[in-house]
Design a protein around this ligand. Structure first.
Ligand code: ATP
Ligand code: MG
Length: 670
C-alpha cells in the first residue's frame, strides 16, 4: 500500500481484513503509553498585541450600540454619540437593531434611519424593500446554523444571515471609526482597534462562531489576525462592570423597604439620579468614569463570595454566577451560563396574541404583510406603553391604532374595529372615544406574566444548585431590567436570599463591561467549559472491555476504533489559558500525514465518537513528510487544546521535528 494516505485506518479496506468495524476515517492515531496529561496554565504568555483603542459593540436583539475607551485612558468609557431619531415615550440609549436593503439588495440604512425611511415609503414601493428587525434571535433558534442560513425580510424575501450581520457590523465599524476620527482629529486605522462583540452566553458555539465570521466579512479582523476581535459573553461583560459599581451608581431594591414599601417610580427617580462628581456626560460624547478600584459594594464581600448576574434583554435572559477573588477582583465562573429566550420580546408576542384574539389571526397576518410600516408603528406605540407598566399603576394605558389599521380592518372584515372589540370576549381592552385601545393595568400586567414567570422559574431552578446557594447579590441588568414589574417579581422571589441590585443606566451595563473586558481580557480567570471536547483515536483492542463492533484489524493489529479521548468535560472548571495536552503516535509508523479530528458533545460521558450528540468541530492535519532527521520509531505527536477563553484553540506538534499546526474550533463547516 502506498504510504501517502493520511489516515491509515481509513485506507485499510475492511473487506481485505475480517474487521467488524468500519473506521470513520480519523483514528490514525493512538495514545502513547503512558499517555501523559499535562495541564499548563502558563502556556498563554504569548505577546499581547497592542491597540490604541478598544471598541465594543453590543449587538442586541432589539437595540444595539457601541462604546470605546482609549488604552491610554482606560478609566473613561465613551458611549456612542446619540443618533438621529427616537421614539415618543421611549428613551433609547442604544439604537434599534433594524436594517434596510434596497430592492437591489444593497445596504441602505441602519437603526432609526432604516425604520423611518421604510416607514415613509409608499406601501406599494415598500413591498420591494427588504427590512429586517429582531433577527438576532435566529442565531439562537436555528438548530443547524450554517454560513448559508437565511433570514426573512418583512416582505418575505430571503437574504443570507451572514450578509445581514456583516452589513450591521460594518455599519457600526464605520460609525465608530468616524467618531474616533472626529474625537482624535486624525484618521484612525482599523489595525489600531481591538474590537469586542458581545453575544449571549447561552448561545451555542456555532452561533458564537457565526458572529466572528460576520465580523471578518465586515473587515474588523481576519482569520490571519483573529486576536483583533474578542467575542465576549454578555452577562460576563455585565459582571465585569458590576464589580466596579459605586453605591451611587445603582439601586438596591432591598434598601427600599422590600416589598411593601416598594415603589418603582420612587426607585427610578431617586436611584437613577446621576451622581455628577463621578459621571461626566455631555451630548456629543457620553463619557463614564470607571474608577480603577473595585467598587465599594465589594468592601462588604470576602474572598470566595459570589453573585449572580441576570442579563435580561429583548431576546434572551442570560445568567452567570461569578465568584470574586481578592485582592485583584478577578472573577471565577461558578456555574455554567444558563438562560433562555425569555426576553422582553415575550411581552410583545403576548400583545400580538391579544390582537389576534380580538381581530383574528388571519387579519393580523395579512396586515403585517400588506401594511408592514403600519405594523411597525403599532409596535412602537405598544413599546412606549409597555415601558409605562408598573405594579402600582391604576390608570389605563392607551395605545393608538394607526389609521391604516382601522382602515384596512374595515376593508378586510366589512365592519369596524370598534365592533370587533365589542364582539370579542376580551373585556379588559376597550375602545376609547379618541380612537385608541384602552388597556386596563391588569391587562398589561397579564402580558408580562408569562415572560416574568419563565424568568423566575429559571432562577428558582438555578438557586437550587449547590454552587449558587450562597450568593450575596443578584444584579439585574439589560433593558428589560428597567421594567418595574420584573424588578418587583425578582425582589419578591429572591429578596430574602440575596440583595437585588440594579445598576444605573442598566441598558448600558453590557456595553461598558465589554469595553473593560477588551482592555483586560484576563479579568475572568476561570470559566466552565460549555461542552465536552476530545479527539478520535484508536486504542489497542481489549477483549471484554471494548465492544466487538468496534474491533478494527489493521496490518495484523487489533484496534478498538472510534474511541473518544476526552480533553475536558462539559461544566469542568478551566483557568484562562489552561492547556490540556496529550501525546499520540501514528497507528502505523510509515504514515506520512496525520489527521487528528476534534469532537465535541453536550454530554459528559462520551466513549465513542459515533455516539449521538457527538459533533466534529475541527481537524488538525500534520504533514510528516520532508524530514531528513531520523525520527524515533514511536513518533510523538503532541496535541494541545487551550481552554478558558470564550473560544477554543487546538494545536498539534510533531515533537521530533517541531513542525506544528494550529486550528480554531469550527462549528459551522462540518
Ligand atoms: N420599562 C421597560 N419595561 C419593559 N421592557 C422594557 C423596559 N425598558 C426596556 N425594555 C425592553 O428591553 C429590551 C431592550 O433591552 P436590551 O437593549 O438590553 O436588549 P437587547 O440587547 O436588544 O436584547 P438581547 O440582549 O436579548 O439580544 C426591549 O425589548 C425593551 O422593550
Ligand atoms: Mg443585550
Amino acid at each position: 500500500m502506498a504510504g501517502t494516505e493520511g489516515v491509515t485506518a481509513d485506507a485499510v479496506s475492511t473487506s481485505t481484513y475480517a474487521s467488524p468495524a468500519r473506521s470513520l476515517g480519523d483514528p490514525g492515531i493512538t495514545p502513547l503509553s503512558p499517555s501523559h496529561v499535562a495541564k499548563d496554565s502558563e502556556a498563554n504568555d504569548t505577546e499581547e498585541p497592542s491597540f490604541l483603542v478598544v471598541v465594543a459593540i453590543d449587538f442586541g436583539t432589539t437595540s444595539s450600540g457601541y462604546a470605546y475607551s482609549f488604552t491610554k485612558e482606560p478609566e473613561c468609557i465613551h458611549i456612542m454619540r446619540r443618533w438621529e431619531g427616537g421614539d415618543p415615550g421611549v428613551s433609547n440609549q442604544k439604537t434599534p437593531t433594524t436594517i434596510l436593503l434596497t430592492p437591489e439588495r444593497k445596504f441602505h440604512s441602519f437603526g432609526f434611519a432604516a425604520r423611518d425611511f421604510y416607514h415613509d415609503l409608499d406601501p406599494n414601493e415598500a413591498k420591494h424593500w427588504l427590512y429586517f428587525e429582531k433577527f438576532k434571535m435566529r442565531l439562537h433558534t436555528t438548530n443547524n446554523l450554517t454560513l448559508e442560513t437565511d433570514l426573512t425580510a418583512a416582505n418575505g424575501k430571503k437574504v443570507k444571515a451572514l450578509e445581514i450581520f456583516a452589513y450591521a457590523l460594518q455599519y457600526f465599524k464605520e460609525q465608530a471609526l468616524k467618531e474616533l476620527t472626529d474625537q482624535g482629529g486624525e484618521g484612525f486605522d482599523n489595525s489600531e482597534i481591538r474590537w469586542v462583540i458581545t453575544v449571549p452566553a447561552i448561545w451555542k458555539q456555532p452561533a458564537k462562531q457565526f458572529m466572528r465570521q460576520a465580523a471578518y466579512k465586515a473587515g474588523m479582523a481576519s482569520p490571519e489576525n483573529p486576536e483583533q476581535l474578542i467575542i465576549a459573553l454578555e452577562p460576563e461583560a455585565a459582571s465585569i462592570y458590576c464589580r466596579k459599581l459605586r453605591l451611587h451608581q445603582m439601586i438596591d431594591l432591598s434598601s427600599k423597604g422590600a416589598v411593601n414599601g416598594y415603589t418603582p417610580s420612587e426607585a427610578i427617580s431617586t436611584g437613577f439620579t446621576p451622581a455628577k462628581e463621578h459621571i461626566r456626560r455631555n451630548r456629543q460624547s457620553r463619557t463614564f468614569l470607571v474608577e480603577n478600584v473595585i467598587g465599594e459594594i465589594w468592601s462588604e464581600l470576602q474572598e470566595g463570595d459570589s453573585y449572580i448576574v441576570v442579563d435580561s434583554g429583548g431576546g434572551t435572559v442570560d445568567v452567570t454566577v461569578h465568584q470574586i477573588r481578592l485582592p485583584e477582583g478577578h472573577l471565577k465562573e461558578l456555574y455554567k451560563a444558563t438562560g433562555g429566550p425569555h426576553g422582553s420580546l415575550g411581552v410583545d408576542y403576548e400583545f400580538e396574541k391579544l390582537l389576534c384574539k380580538i381581530f383574528g389571526e388571519d387579519f393580523i397576518e395579512q396586515f403585517k404583510i400588506k401594511r408592514p410600516a403600519a405594523w411597525v408603528d403599532l409596535m412602537i406605540a405598544f413599546e412606549s406603553r409597555k415601558r409605562a407598566a408598573a405594579p402600582d399603576r391604576t390608570n389605563p394605558l392607551n395605545i393608538t391604532l394607526p389609521f391604516s389599521f382601522i382602515d384596512y380592518y374595515k376593508k378586510f372584515r366589512g365592519h369596524s374595529v370598534e365592533h370587533a372589540l365589542r364582539k370579542s370576549n376580551v373585556d379588559f381592552v376597550k375602545w376609547s372615544s379618541q380612537g385608541m385601545l384602552r388597556m386596563s393595568p391588569d391587562a398589561m400586567n397579564a402580558l408580562f406574566k408569562p415572560t416574568i414567570d419563565e424568568i423566575i422559574h429559571h432562577l428558582n431552578d438555578l438557586f437550587e444548585k449547590p454552587e449558587v446557594n450562597n450568593v450575596k447579590f443578584l444584579f439585574l441588568v439589560g433593558g428589560f431590567a428597567e421594567a418595574p414589574l420584573l424588578q418587583q417579581a425578582v425582589q419578591n422571589a429572591f429578596g430574602s436570599k440575596c440583595r437585588i441590585i440594579i445598576p444605573q443606566d442598566v441598558g448600558l451595563t453590557i456595553l461598558k463591561g465589554a469595553v473593560l473586558f477588551g482592555l483586560d481580557p484576563a479579568v475572568i480567570k476561570v470559566r466552565r467549559s460549555p461542552l465536552t471536547y476530545g479527539v478520535g483515536v484508536l486504542n489497542r483492542y481489549v477483549e471484554g472491555k471494548h465492544p466487538p463492533e468496534k474491533l478494527l484489524i489493521k496490518d495484523g493489529t487489533r484496534w478498538c476504533t472510534d474511541v473518544f479521548d476526552k480533553f475536558i468535560s462539559a461544566d469542568q472548571s478551566v483557568a484562562l489559558g489552561e492547556t490540556v495536552s496529550r501525546s499520540y503516535t501514528p497507528a502505523k509508523p510509515s504514515q506520512l500525514v496525520i489527521v487528528i479530528n476534534i469532537y465535541s458533545s453536550e454530554h459528559d460521558n462520551v466513549s465513542f465518537i459515533t455516539e449521538a450528540g457527538v459533533k466534529k468541530c475541527g481537524t488538525l492535519r500534520l504533514d510528516l513528510t520532508g524530514t531528513d532527521i531520523s525520527v524515533p520509531s514511536r513518533r510523538e505527536i503532541k496535541t494541545l487544546m487551550q481552554f478558558g477563553d470564550t473560544e477554543i484553540k487546538a494545536m498539534a506538534v510533531d515533537v521530533a521535528t517541531s513542525k506544528s499546526v494550529k486550528v480554531g474550533i469550527d462549528f459551522l463547516n462540518y
